[in-house]
Design a binder for this molecule. Structure first.
Ligand SMILES: [Zn+2]
Length: 177
């Protein structure tokens, strides 16, 4: 290296995408799979290649608009993973399982709704009984003026007390509540 001449920056080597690396082919800037299978996510391509084959994945991607290809790849990866987990039912197994869960939750919801309506009806019945009882009372609720006119008798029935005096009022006289 000559003094005073800056060292030449090493040429940036772009990594091939996960698909091209696995297929051992050159990954150009026009690689159809590169945006969806970056080098760090090699597992996704391994799965879809195993189930569908690389050429079929490319055909499927070419059939959809570019704006929808990312979702398409997610769907293909999901389906391929499900097929490997469950070779018989694949993604259908997951759908059946979720449908069963939905049915069970709907039954639980219906049961809870019925219980809620029954509780509400019981509450309404109690309120109606309470209101009927209040209507049958001979006098209106006691107000301060009436309170002063009422003679109070203690439990021994002998001493009338006007006004409240904690010293004279017995603790066991709980009927005032
Ligand atoms: Zn590539």
């Amino acid at each position: 290296m000559v003094m005073g001449v800056p060292a030449k920056a090493p040429a940036k080597i772009s990594q091939p995408c996960a698909a091209c690396r696995m297929l051992r082919r050159r990954c150009g800037s026009d690689c159809l799979l590169a945006p969806y299978f970056p080098p760090k996510e090699a597992d996704n391509f391994v799965v879809v290649h195993k189930v569908f084959g690389a050429s079929n994945v490319m055909k499927m991607l070419q059939m959809v608009e570019e704006s929808k290809r990312e979702d398409c790849v997610k769907s293909i990866v999901y389906e391929a993973s499900a097929r490997l987990r469950d070779p018989v039912y694949g993604i259908s197994g997951a759908i059946f399982h979720l449908q069963k869960q939905v049915q069970e939750l709907e039954l639980q919801l219906e049961s809870m709704r019925t219980q809620f309506l029954e509780s509400q009806e019981r509450k309404n019945q109690l309120l109606r009984i309470l209101m009927d009882f209040q209507c049958q009372l001979p006098i209106s609720p006691i107000d301060d003026a009436m309170f002063d006119q009422i003679d109070f008798f203690l439990d021994d029935g002998t001493i009338p007390v006007l006004g409240y005096d904690p010293k004279e009022f017995p603790l066991h006289c709980d009927w005032i509540l």
